[in-house]
Every structure is written in structure tokens, then in C-alpha cells.
Write a protein that binds this ligand. Structure first.
Ligand code: NAD
Length: 637
């Protein structure tokens, strides 16, 4: 295809749009070709990042090629458009969740469909010629291709303003609105692309970026917020018409060109999206409800006729006076039922082995983020959104990534013996269990010999962190393996630290949990002492949680029932983090200390106490915070 060039140069996959004479407007074929390349590169270890750019200096991409949509729609064929949009949105979604950096260079016009491919990657570069806009209301659509997500996230009411006026953003305003990341003068772009291809590393972008002066939209924010805070198009038009100012006149003029039905639906979509459950998936689903109906019930065909067919620029919009009935908005945005947008996976097929207290919620979070997750556990446990496999092999074969979350190093080694030979070359094995450093290194060496990436990535944060996607990952392995795993860490956790080579993650984990075990014992024995001194537990918590004795075990995982945030103590000490797992971790710390001749008396004492608790005092199967009733029942003897 001559409209697009797709190649791998050095460490970068490069996609260059090559229709400068048509402002690089994206055809259906270009959309499918981009998706195909991204799918191939997602698991190709030779491709470390993707560069998206375009020929010519007038436009990165001025939008989707709408002529074909008009031709089919006017013949009453709405299915072509629906398929076009669904496939385009799937590509936008894929770019957003892509497991490797996607760097886009956005010169000149980046509009509509151009935003969909250019503004969902990880590094969006703008320069002096950049002009970014969502002009869909001008042709009877609503801001789509995931643009409504960015509009809903933009500061104040800028989203409503940009969506209904189709105003263009310069580089500075695009960064302010969340459509771009870095301003870099365009004269430097060619050299930067060469550096990206040579190094596969995006650090050069951050180094080259400078901060541009504030753009005109930033300066207009007070006006924008004042006029666009209403919940409907009617509210916005009323305040604008009630004010005699340049801003109000200019804004009304811009909105006067656009479809009232589209503008009313745009405002409604942004209202519905704002809030805690805002995701790209939700944004695309709402957008598609409109676009799937736009030819038959919206102003789309009339908008295209006036803009590019007859070019009379005099569209006959529905509700031309701006009074759009709420029912008309609801009809355009009703759920589509069986026709609803199906985004499918994001290109990542993940096997998850060990769906216990931690593994099940971690796997569920990956599935919720749109990945295709297949899970296996010998105990037959499952997780929400995860396909259950009957064997380790079924959860391993053909997967891009396999994650293990198992009780200990011996089990990990046994499972790895089955998993590694069944994985496809270039795939990555991520072990999130807490195991000994030696097992981690042995599994990494075995994976390396089989041509696989491998990361030991134990976690901290407990079952609450696993369920909430706020774990901390401490990772060991090569840069390439860590980069492959990082997008998944970002879903399952809030932080991932690349600690060093294979085994370094486990070393960090062992040290962390030695502190945790000793601190839990200290917290429990202090509560038991406080009880015997007649000190109320709540008062003890109120003081210590904000004094120098505070700790994670006191503040976030309090071992006293009914005190502090909800913890296993409130659930009769059901784990949580089982005492025997803490015993295991303390054993690992002392095994490691022995190997390197480190003096760890507190860790050693914590190990002895947990061993006694688990082996002789009925602690097995209880949470590790059940040390508190143990101390309460004892005296000094
Ligand atoms: P868990 O016992 O609840 O889960 C382990 C799962 O592995 C079980 O469901 C078990 O059936 C499964 N399993 C065992 N052998 C298997 C095999 N051969 N094939 C497939 N599945 C197998 O333990 P968890 O609390 O989820 O902890 C898992 C790992 O995470 C441990 O290494 C633990 O030390 C670590 N960890 C736990 C916590 C916590 O708070 N629970 C916190 C941080 C780290």
C-alpha cells in the first residue's frame, strides 16, 4: 500500500502515513494495516518501541476518510460505517493499551481520526505547527475515537468547549488539555526519530522537550468554565447569549456552524463519563452508541454533504434553533444491545497460574483492563473475567505473557518445568510469588535458555492491594523483560521498581518482609501490653498511628479487630496473608542472611516466633496478624 509505510528500523517499528496530498486522512485500509503491524510488534522482542509519524508539513492526520462512508450511507447501507467505526475504535483502544512505548509526532493538523491514532500513545510530541482539534460536531458526529475520554479528563470545562466549538489547540494548549505530552521544535524531530530507532529508548524525548508559553485557551479558562458549567446544550447557549463579550460572540459563532444534536450529545457524553469509573472502554462504548446511529438518525450524512460533497457549507441540521429535546439525546445514546461495541482483547494473551488469595484478584484486574486472561489453579479456583483452563499447558501455550503466583520456590520450579517448554519464543514469564533468590535465578536461567524473557516480581500490598490494583512490584531481570512486564504491573499495581538482574526482586522482597514480620510482632505485643495496662485499644491506635511507633501493620493492617481500616482481624483472622507464608518469608530471609553472612537478630527472632506460632500454637491457616490473640493469651513465663 502506498498510503502508508510500515517497517522496522533498528529497535523501532515505524509507521509513516504517506497521503500528504489528502492531509494524511486515514482510510479503512490504513487503519487495518496499522493494527496488523501493532499486533505483530507487540510480542516481537526486536521492536522496543513504535514511532508513528507522517509525511508533509501540513498535517499528521486530518481525520478519517469520510467520502466512502457518505457513499454507502446515502445508499442506506449503514453497516459499512458501523464496521469502519468499530474497527477504528478497536485500533484506538489497542494503541492506548499498547505494551510498548508509542511515540507520535504530530505536526500540522491532527484532527478526529488523527487524534485517535496520534493521541493515545505513551509519548505524544507536538511542535510549532501543531493544531489539534475534535471537529466532529461540524459534520454531525460527536468527538469519538476515544477523544471523549481526553475531553472528560481535560481541566475544568475545557472538554465541553473543545467538543462543541471544534476549536483548535496549539502545542501548549494540547499539552494543557491532555492531548499531547512534549513540545519539541520540529527541526529536531528527524534526529530524534533516528535516536529512537538506534536506542529503542524514549529518554531522548524528555531531554529534548521544553515548556512552551501558555496558549490562548489556557488564558480563556475563566470564560470557558463560566459558560460551560451547565449540564445541557441549552444551559450553555443561555449563558453565552446572555453575555455581551468577545468570548461569548466568538463561541456562539463557532457553535453556530455545528450540529445542535451532536453538541447536545457531546455534553451529555462528557457528563456521563466524568466520575470515578472513567475508562477508555466506557468512552468508546458511549461514542459508538452515537456513531452507530449517526447516519440513520443523526446529522452525519447532511454534515458530509454540506462539507465535502456539495461544499455549500449550509447544512440543514435537525433542531437548528439549538433546542434539542432531552429525549432526542437519550435516543442517540441508548445502549445498543447486541450491536454494542466489542473491543476484544488488547493484543495481550496472558496465562495466569495460581489463582489464590493474591493471584485471583490480580488476574481479574488484568481481565478488567481488556486483556485475554486464561487462568489455572490446582485447587480449581477461578477469577472474574478469566477463562478457566484445565491444565498448566492450556494456560501457557501461545500466551504472550505467563504469570505465576504460587506458594513457594519448590512449587515454582516444578510449575516452571511445565510452563517454560510450552511457551512461545519471545514471550515473557513473570513470577510474582515470593520465593528464594536461588529459585528465582534458576527459573530465569531456564527461561533465558528457552529464548524467553523472565522477571521475578514479588509484590507488596497484600490482598487489599491485589484487589485494588495498588500493589508494589519489585522486579529483577533484563531491561527488555521488565519493559514487557511493565504495562501489566501498571494495571495490577501503583508502582514497579526495577531492582536489578534476575533475583533482585526477591532480594528486595525478602528484606521488606523481614521488616514486616518483626513489625507485626512488635505491634501485636504492644497491643497485648496495652490491654494489660488497661489502655483502650482505640486510644492506643489513635496515638500510635500518628506517632513515632506508626507502621504499615498498625495503620493499614491493624491486628486489633474493629480498629483502623478493615483488615483480616475483622474477619476472625482469616488470611489475608497467612502466618505460614510469613514463616516462609522469614525463613527465606534467614537462609539468604546465612548465605551472605549478614547479622539479622530481629529477623531470626521473628522467624522463631512465627515457627512456634504456626507449628505449635495453632497459627496455621490464620492471618499473620493473629499473633495478637496469641500474645494476649500469654504471660511472661
Ligand atoms: P495462596 O495459597 O492463596 O495461593 C497460591 C495458589 O497457588 C493456591 O490457590 C494454590 O492452589 C495454587 N497452586 C499451588 N500449586 C500449584 C500448581 N502446581 N499449579 C497451579 N496452582 C498451584 O497464596 P497467596 O496468598 O495468594 O500468595 C501467593 C504468593 O504471593 C506467595 O508466594 C506469597 O508469599 C506471596 N504474597 C502473598 C501476600 C498476601 O498478602 N497473601 C502478599 C505478598 C506476597
Amino acid at each position: 500500500m502506498t498510503d502508508i509505510s510500515i517497517s522496522v528500523t533498528g529497535k523501532a517499528g515505524r509507521i509513516t502515513l504517506q497521503r500528504p496530498e489528502a492531509l494524511n486522512a486515514m482510510t479503512y485500509e490504513m487503519c487495518l494495516a496499522i493494527e496488523d503491524a501493532l499486533d505483530k510488534w507487540a510480542t516481537d522482542a526486536a521492536v522496543q518501541l513504535v514511532v508513528l509519524d507522517a509525511e508533509g508539513d501540513r498535517a499528521f492526520c486530518s481525520g478519517g476518510d469520510i467520502a466512502e462512508l457518505y457513499a454507502t450511507g446515502t445508499k442506506g447501507d449503514y453497516a459499512y460505517g458501523q464496521k469502519f467505526w468499530a474497527d477504528e475504535y478497536r485500533l484506538n483502544h489497542k494503541i492506548f493499551h499498547y505494551p510498548k512505548p508509542v511515540v507520535s509526532f504530530l505536526q500540522g493538523f491532527t484532527m478526529g481520526g488523527g487524534v485517535g491514532i496520534g493521541c493515545h500513545g505513551s509519548h505524544r510530541i507536538v511542535g510549532d505547527s501543531s493544531q489539534i482539534a475534535m471537529p466532529e460536531c461540524g459534520i454531525g458526529l460527536i468527538p469519538d475515537v476515544g477523544g471523549s475520554l481526553m475531553l472528560a479528563l481535560a481541566p475544568g470545562r475545557l472538554g465541553e468547549y473543545l467538543g462543541t466549538t471544534a476549536a483548535r489547540m496549539n502545542a501548549s494548549d494540547a499539552i494543557f488539555a491532555g492531548f499531547a505530552d512534549h513540545y519539541i521544535p520540529e527541526a529536531q524531530w528527524a534526529d530524534l526519530i533516528s535516536t529512537l530507532e538506534m536506542t529503542g529508548d524514549t529518554d531522548c524525548l524528555v531531554e529534548a522537550a521544553t515548556i512552551p508559553d501558555p496558549g490562548p485557551l489556557q488564558e480563556a479558562m475563566a470564560d470557558i468554565n463560566r459558560h460551560f458549567h451547565g449540564v445541557s446544550l441549552g444551559d450553555v447557549l443561555t449563558t453565552l447569549k446572555g453575555e455581551d463579550s468577545d468570548f461569548a460572540r466568538d463561541t456562539l459563532k463557532r457553535m453556530g456552524r455545528n450540529s445542535p444534536l451532536s453538541m447536545a450529545c457531546t455534553i451529555e457524553v462528557l457528563n456521563r463519563l466524568r466520575g470515578p469509573s472513567l475508562t477508555l472502554e466506557k468512552a468508546l462504548d458511549l461514542e459508538y452508541r452515537f456513531t452507530a446511529r449517526a447516519m440513520e438518525h443523526g446529522d452525519f450524512l447532511e454534515g458530509i454533504r454540506a462539507a465535502i460533497i456539495d461544499k455549500d457549507r449550509a447544512p440543514k441540521w435537525q433542531y437548528a434553533d439549538g433546542a434539542v429535546p432531552p429525549m432526542a439525546v437519550s435516543k442517540m445514546l441508548m445502549p445498543l444491545g447486541k450491536m454494542a461495541l466489542k473491543l476484544g482483547g488488547t493484543g495481550m494473551k496472558i496465562g495466569f497460574i495460581g489463582l489464590g488469595n493474591m493471584g485471583a484478584p490480580m488476574a481479574a484486574n488484568l481481565a478488567k483492563a481488556g486483556h485475554d486472561v486464561t487462568g489455572f489453579d490446582v485447587a480449581g479456583t477461578t477469577a472474574e473475567g478469566v477463562v478457566t483452563a484445565e491444565s498448566v499447558g492450556e494456560a501457557t501455550k501461545g500466551m504472550d505473557i505467563v504469570i505465576t503466583m504460587l506458594p513457594n520456590g519448590d512449587i515454582l520450579r516444578t510449575v516452571a518445568n511445565d510452563v517454560i517448554p510450552a511457551m512461545k519464543p519471545g514471550a515473557t514469564l513473570i513470577d510474582c510469588s515470593t520465593v528464594d533468590v536461588e529459585s528465582a535465578r534458576a527459573v530465569a536461567a531456564q527461561a533465558d535458555a528457552a529464548g524467553l524473557g523472565c522477571v521475578d516480581a514479588p509484590v507488596s500490598g497484600g490482598i487489599g492491594g491485589a484487589a485494588g490494583g495498588t500493589l508494589t512490584f519489585m522486579a529483577g531481570g533484563t531491561d527488555a523483560a521488565f519493559d514487557a512486564a511493565k504495562p501489566l504491573f501498571d494495571i495490577m499495581g501503583q508502582k514497579a521498581v526495577h531492582c536489578g538482574d534476575a533475583g533482585a526482586g526477591q532480594a528486595a522482597k525478602i528484606c521488606n518482609n523481614m521488616i514486616l514480620g518483626a513489625t507485626m510482632i512488635a505491634t501485636c505485643e504492644a497491643f497485648a501490653l496495652a490491654d494489660k495496662l488497661g489502655l483502650d485499644r482505640q486510644k492506643m491506635f489513635d496515638v500510635v498511628s500518628t506517632s513515632s511507633g506508626y507502621s504499615w501493620t498498625m495503620n493499614a493492617y491493624c491486628p486489633a479487630p474493629g480498629i483502623g481500616p478493615h483488615s483480616p482481624a475483622d474477619n476472625d483472622y482469616q488470611p489475608g496473608f497467612a502466618a505460614e507464608l510469613m514463616l516462609k518469608d522469614l525463613g527465606l530471609s534467614q537462609q539468604a542472611a546465612e548465605a551472605v553472612d549478614a547479622d539479622t537478630p530481629m529477623g531470626q527472632r521473628a522467624l522463631e516466633l512465627y515457627r512456634q506460632f504456626v507449628e505449635d500454637e495453632g497459627g496455621k491457616g490464620k492471618d499473620f496478624s493473629a499473633m495478637l490473640p496469641r500474645f494476649s493469651d500469654r504471660g511472661r513465663g
